[in-house]
Design a protein around this ligand. Structure first.
Ligand SMILES: [Zn+2]
Ligand SMILES: [Zn+2]
Length: 156
């Protein structure tokens, strides 16, 4: 049982730091791969955060350069690109732009920042809709009769 728990924990911890390197405090996710210790305020980054930080200062860097500077493996970086997590890698020619802020991106319609805002917005709206729906009771009054089980009597 303990083994199972450990495996589960490892899975979720693999990509993100959970404890502060400085004081061992809990790291709180700040977004975009950045975490801050709630005890001492130190910042930590997961692989995505490291790569992203590097790219912010070195736009157009290639995978080898990023890997050398951040210690994140080529494979992991390629995975991130495949998942469309960066809008600034290898963006030579064929420009796409974020539909909200206009930043150049390699794929999709929004940059990752706007995508997050978009999701939050959608979530907020969905919550409102849900509230409205609850007061109006639009559904949920489907009769729960036994319509499926028709009883018929044979006629002789
Ligand atoms: Zn700390
Ligand atoms: Zn944007």
């Amino acid at each position: 049982m303990a083994e199972k728990m450990r495996k589960k924990l490892l899975q979720t911890e693999l990509e993100r730091p959970t404890l502060c390197m400085e004081c061992g405090g809990v790291l709180v996710y700040k977004g975009l791969g950045e975490y801050q210790c709630e005890e001492c305020g130190a910042f930590e980054y997961d692989d995505y955060g490291k790569v992203r930080n590097y790219l912010e200062k070195h736009r157009g860097a290639n995978v080898a350069e990023i890997s050398a500077a951040t210690d994140v493996s080529h494979k992991a970086i390629r995975e991130m690109i495949k998942e469309r997590r960066f809008e600034i890698i290898d963006n030579r020619g064929g420009y796409l732009r974020c539909e909200i802020c206009g930043e150049s991106i390699t794929s999709g319609r929004l940059c990752s920042k706007c995508e997050e805002h978009y999701h939050r917005d959608v979530e907020a709206k969905a919550r409102e809709e849900r509230k409205k729906g609850m007061t109006m009771t639009g559904y949920g009054d489907a009769t729960t009769g036994e319509r499926g089980s028709k009883r018929y009597t044979r006629e002789r």
